[in-house]
Design a binder for this molecule. Structure first.
Ligand code: NI
Length: 171
């Protein structure tokens, strides 16, 4: 099932998501399948559960956009445990469509997370994958990428979105 993506302005995007404690349930497997399906439909490389209105620490990532089955990653209760170097490039978010900003992120990042069975895994990613690890982990702490840009740019984005809301073009 393809879920609609929750847009900026919905409080679910800015609250701490709940830690997952039940694994390997049919509900969890279905949710993960639906999250991948919703992410591919929206042409994203990552999707966090709050973006479909579910406040749980679950995210999916596929920086190959469906090309490489091994690139499909399930991150449950993820934590960034190591950050090396800095990269700067444009970043966007499915919940803030139409906007992109330059964001500084770690260049090489190690994440520790659980899979659908509750098993812990660790992976070190660079560049886009490192960016996705950080962006999606941030989502699960209620933090959007625009909190990493200057206050001036953030206010500009907020003002533009306010106008889109007013015009009925943001839902
Ligand atoms: Ni996002």
């Amino acid at each position: 099932m393809i879920y609609p993506i929750v847009k900026y302005g919905d409080p679910v995007l800015e609250k701490q998501a709940a830690t997952v404690s039940e694994f390997d349930t049919p509900e969890l497997h279905t949710l993960l399948e639906d999250m991948f399906e919703s992410m591919y439909a929206a042409r994203g490389v990552g999707l966090a559960a709050p973006q479909i209105g579910i406040s749980k620490r679950i995210a999916v990532i596929d920086v190959s956009t469906g090309e490489d089955p091994e690139a499909k990653l399930v991150l449950i209760n993820p934590e960034i445990i190591k950050v090396e170097g800095v990269q700067s490039s444009e970043e966007g978010c499915l919940s803030i469509p139409g906007f992109r900003e330059n964001v500084n992120r770690g260049k090489k990042v190690t994440v520790r997370a659980q899979n659908a069975k509750g098993e812990f895994w660790e992976q070190t990613g660079e560049d886009l994958l490192a960016r996705a690890f950080q962006h999606e982990t941030d989502h699960l702490h209620g933090k959007l990428y625009i909190t990493h840009v200057s206050a001036l740019k953030r206010d500009l984005i907020r003002r533009k979105i306010k106008k889109l809301v007013k015009d009925g073009e943001w839902k």
